[in-house]
Design a protein around this ligand. Structure first.
Ligand SMILES: Cc1cc2nc3c(=O)[nH]c(=O)nc-3n(C[C@H](O)[C@H](O)[C@H](O)COP(=O)(O)OP(=O)(O)OC[C@H]3O[C@@H](n4cnc5c(N)ncnc54)[C@H](O)[C@@H]3O)c2cc1C
Length: 263
């Protein structure tokens, strides 16, 4: 829901950056904003930092020469990581993969510097999640043909340091949330965001052709309402069911083609 700015009669809080949701993405965004000097406010509908992150095992897929990879004697670099992600993706987004690969070792250092604990150790056996505190593990198909011929393999699963199979996501989130509090990120819980306030004419583009796009049965749209796109990010998605993958893809393509935007 969009509320015109003129209809708001009082403001309870103000901030330079407002983040909706206090899972790991939200807490990291709020920390980054605060560390860049902004007053950051997180609004979370649950009673604490939560989301899927609280259920996650606590493996971070990172590489390119993280401190743990180096300490455990594995050579990895951004190119090998990008080559592997490109090889396994069905339609690789070069720009996104290269940004992720080039920043990956620094992302590891960023998390660790903000309190997420990682052991300098390697778990050599096959497991979905290693049972102990060992950090590094093979989590993908890096050593499997044909990928081993397309990208130099390296183990890249980094488990948060704790004994056990469950709770790593919650542990990482606890540390990041504690850091966020320390640096002055404000969080308000039990508060669901269900409207945006719009100053000026419009904050989202106008979408045309939606009825035509949804005319075929079992077709849905997810329109992100972005006023502009940067690089190859999507402005929306078309979802479709079909008797075969080809039919579903054709229906989704037709639905996407029917939608147009006016900025
Ligand atoms: C069992 C399980 C194990 C997993 N293990 C791993 C793993 O080992 N490694 C890995 O990389 N990934 C793993 N994942 C996936 C990973 O957990 C998610 O990709 C990640 O946590 C998503 O983080 P997020 O911050 O985007 O979303 P979430 O953690 O879901 O956070 C979103 C937050 O936004 C809040 N919110 C939503 N709407 C509103 C609103 N309108 N107003 C206010 N608040 C709102 C929600 O309450 C929630 O707290 C696992 C997932 C599951 C379920």
């Amino acid at each position: 829901m969009i509320i015109p700015c003129g209809e708001v009669d009082r403001w309870l809080k103000s901030a330079d950056v407002i983040v909706v949701g206090c899972g790991i993405a939200g807490v990291c965004a709020a920390i980054a904003a605060r560390e860049a000097g902004a007053a950051a406010l997180v609004l979370e509908r649950s009673s604490g930092c939560s989301g899927s992150t609280a259920a996650a095992a606590g493996h971070f897929y990172l590489g390119g020469g993280t401190a743990v990879q180096i300490a455990c004697g594995f050579h990895d670099d951004a190119q090998a990581l990008a080559d592997y992600l490109t090889a396994v993706a069905s339609s690789p987004d070069e720009e996104k993969i290269s940004a992720f690969a080039e920043g990956s070792a620094a992302h590891f250092a960023w998390l660790e510097a903000r309190g997420v604990p990682f052991d300098r150790s390697y778990y050599p056996l096959k497991a979905v999640i290693q049972p102990g505190r060992e950090c590094l593990i093979w989590t993908g198909n890096e050593r499997v043909w044909p990928f081993r011929d397309q990208a130099r393999p390296a183990p890249r699963g980094h488990k948060v340091a704790f004994d056990g199979l469950e709770g790593g996501g919650a542990l990482a989130l606890d540390h990041l949330a504690a850091h966020a509090r320390t640096i002055g990120v404000e969080a308000v819980f039990d508060t669901k965001v269900d409207a945006l306030v719009c100053e000026g004419d419009r904050i989202a583009p106008k979408f045309d052709g939606i009825a035509e796009a949804l005319a075929a049965p079992d077709t849905q749209l997810r329109l992100f309402g972005k006023p502009e796109i940067v690089g190859k990010r999507r402005m929306g998605l078309a979802l479709a069911l079909g008797a075969s993958i080809e039919e579903a893809r054709a229906k989704a393509r037709n639905a996407a083609a029917a939608v147009s935007t006016t900025p």
